[in-house]
Design a protein. Structure first.
Ligand SMILES: [Zn+2]
Length: 243
C-alpha cells in the first residue's frame, strides 16, 4: 500500500473510532435506557457513521496500462475521472474512497497471494481491499476498446443480483443521458471482481478509447467532469430508489 493510501485509511478509521467513543460515552450516561434500547440506538448510530459509501475501484495502473490508443492509456483516464468522482461524491456528502490514488500497480502491493500471475494478483488485491474497506457500493472504472472505430458510448456490467442490476441501470441511464446513447446494462458474471466482491458491484466502461469523439471526452478535463457528474447522478438515483 502507498503511504498516501494508508494515511487516508487511518484518517477514516480515526474519525469513525472517535465517533464510536462519543456514542459509547453518551450511552453510558443514560442509565435508565434498557439494554435492548441501547443496542437499537447503537445500530442506528452505526448507520449514521461516515464510513465510505462508495469504493471507487480505479482500473489498471503502473505496469498495467489497460487499453490504449496511441500514447493515451486507459489507466490515466480511469485515475483522472476517479479523482473527479471522489471529490464530487464527497462534496455531495457521499463518503468515498479510492483503491488507487496514483500511477502504480495494485499487483505490486499484493505480497500475500501465491499466484505468479500479475493480473490475478491485481484482481485479488482489489477484492481483498473491497473486504477490508467498509463500503456499500463497489464501482470499477474502465475504458472500452473496439475494433470498429464507430463503436462508442458507456456500458455498465453488473452482478446477478437485484441491487447490482439496479445500480447498473441507474448508472447506465445517467451516462446514456450524458453521452446521448441508448445502451442497456449487461450481465458481467464472468468477470472475477463481479463474481467475488460481496457488496453490490458494477464495472463502468465509461466510453471507447478507439472512438474519436469518446476519446476527446475521456481525455479533456471538461469531458471527464461530465462523466464523473453522470456517475454521481446515477449513484444518487440508486440511493433514492434503493432506500
Ligand atoms: Zn480496463
Amino acid at each position: 500500500m502507498s503511504l498516501q493510501f494508508i494515511s487516508k485509511l487511518l484518517i477514516g478509521l480515526t474519525t469513525a473510532g472517535l465517533l464510536i467513543m462519543n456514542t459509547a460515552s453518551a450511552n453510558a450516561n443514560s442509565v435508565t435506557v434498557s439494554l435492548e434500547e441501547e443496542e437499537k440506538a447503537a445500530a442506528e448510530q452505526q448507520w449514521t457513521l461516515p464510513h465510505p459509501v462508495v469504493l471507487i475501484d480505479v482500473g489498471h495502473g503502473g505496469i498495467d496500462g489497460g487499453t490504449s490508443q496511441g500514447d493515451i492509456l486507459e489507466k490515466d483516464i480511469n485515475l483522472a475521472i476517479a479523482r473527479k468522482l471522489y471529490v464530487l461524491l464527497r462534496s455531495e456528502g457521499i463518503p468515498a474512497v479510492m483503491n488507487r490514488t496514483g500511477d502504480y500497480a495494485l499487483s505490486a502491493e499484493n505480497r500475500w497471494h501465491h499466484s505468479r500471475s500479475r493480473h490475478f494478483k491485481d484482481l485479488t488485491q482489489r477484492r481483498q481491499l473491497s473486504e477490508e474497506i467498509d463500503s456499500r457500493l463497489f464501482i470499477s472504472l474502465h475504458v472500452n476498446w473496439g475494433r470498429n472505430r464507430s463503436a462508442r458510448g458507456p456500458v455498465v456490467l453488473h452482478q446477478p443480483t437485484g441491487e447490482s442490476a439496479l445500480l447498473a441501470f441507474c448508472l447506465q441511464n445517467a451516462l446514456n443521458r450524458q453521452q446521448n446513447s441508448n445502451k442497456l446494462p449487461i450481465m458481467g458474471d464472468a468477470f472475477y471482481l463481479l463474481k467475488k466482491v460481496e457488496q453490490p458491484a458494477v464495472i463502468v466502461e465509461m466510453g471507447f478509447i478507439s472512438n474519436p469523439v469518446d476519446v476527446n471526452m475521456l481525455t479533456s478535463s471538461a469531458g471527464q467532469l461530465q462523466v464523473a457528474k453522470a456517475i454521481v447522478s446515477g449513484i444518487r438515483q440508486y440511493q433514492w430508489v434503493a432506500q
